[in-house]
Write a protein that binds this ligand. Structure first.
Ligand SMILES: NC(=O)C1=CN([C@@H]2O[C@H](COP(=O)(O)OP(=O)(O)OC[C@H]3O[C@@H](n4cnc5c(N)ncnc54)[C@H](O)[C@@H]3O)[C@@H](O)[C@H]2O)C=CC1
Ligand SMILES: O=C(O)C1=N[C@H](C(=O)O)C[C@H](O)C1
Length: 252
């Protein structure tokens, strides 16, 4: 039985992970951490990791960057693996996560769906085929409760392109203040927020007289919850290091 500690258990994703975990015979959530301890779960919820008494195998984190860093310290102290799904980290926070992976296994992905990982491969292929003759723009759409912008996934897809483009691209988040034509080395990244949109990412390659658009639409939060549980199963017995959805998919 895989014993999970869930950080951010009372959030939108935390609640979905709690529900989805019940559909796995060999997974159980033994405790949760959340500043908001008002809701009742069938496991104890603590406002601070230091209060946790339960034994656990792996941490799943859907919270806020500051909360992720706090639970990361706890994971290191307990020498336990962690699945980080939270987004919106600063560069300094990202460095701390990478540094921590020298001590414990860290599964880190801004998008826990299998499909977005395929999209990352496809945009790399598109870039290699189309090259710099096509302008690249990314549009992401999410629900009106999302705090960070642009989405972690949009940045992940831009980084995937930059990886095969020798980091040639600069990211532009706002054209309003720029009174000039776009430069060839730009990737525009734009955020739409509204209603209950679960998550949409479009990568647009606009060239002379033709446009290619590679799009992923998440239809439910369950897709992310299932991905995080699979990631927890995958990382349980791994050595310290950084792991992502590609590692999980390649192991299937
Ligand atoms: N990687 C992926 O596939 C996905 C990532 N996300 C990311 O997961 C994060 C959470 O998303 P939602 O659940 O929609 O947000 P949410 O705002 O509904 O939930 C965040 C939860 O964290 C709790 N929290 C705040 N401070 C805390 C602390 N110090 N310790 C423990 N818990 C604390 C809040 O009380 C809240 O319950 C976001 O960064 C979002 O972008 C969301 C969906 C999929
Ligand atoms: O906040 C969300 O909801 C989501 N956040 C992730 C992101 O920032 O990329 C992943 C997913 O799109 C849902």
């Amino acid at each position: 039985m895989l014993k999970v500690l869930l950080n951010g258990c009372n959030g939108k994703m935390g609640q979905v992970v709690s529900k989805v975990a019940k559909t796995y015979e060999d997974v159980t959530i033994v405790a949760g951490v959340d500043l908001n301890t008002t809701r009742n779960f069938d496991y104890p919820v603590y406002s601070n990791p230091s209060q946790i008494q339960e034994e656990f195998d792996v941490i799943i984190d859907f919270s806020l960057p500051e909360a992720t860093l706090a639970i990361l310290e706890f994971a290191k102290a307990k020498k336990k693996p962690i699945v980080i799904a939270t987004t919106g980290f600063t560069s300094e926070q990202k460095e701390k996560i990478v540094e921590s992976s020298k001590e414990i296994p860290v599964f880190w992905s801004a998008n826990m769906s299998l499909g977005v990982n395929l999209v990352a491969d496809l945009v790399q292929k598109a870039y290699k085929t189309l090259g710099s003759r096509f302008d690249i723009e990314i549009v992401e759409k999410h629900h009106n409760q999302k705090i960070d912008a642009p989405s972690g996934t949009a940045l992940m897809l831009a980084d995937a392109i930059n990886e095969v483009a020798n980091n040639a691209y600069e990211y532009i988040y706002d054209r309003h203040t720029r009174r000039k034509k776009r430069a060839q080395n730009e990737i525009g990244i734009f955020s739409v927020r509204g209603g209950t949109i679960v998550g949409e990412h479009s990568v647009i390659f606009a060239g002379p007289d033709e446009i290619i658009e590679i799009k992923h639409t998440a239809l439910s939060k369950e897709v992310f919850a299932n991905g995080s549980i699979r990631a927890a199963m995958f990382i349980k017995d791994k050595k310290p290091g950084i792991y992502n959805m590609s590692d999980l998919i390649n192991s299937m």
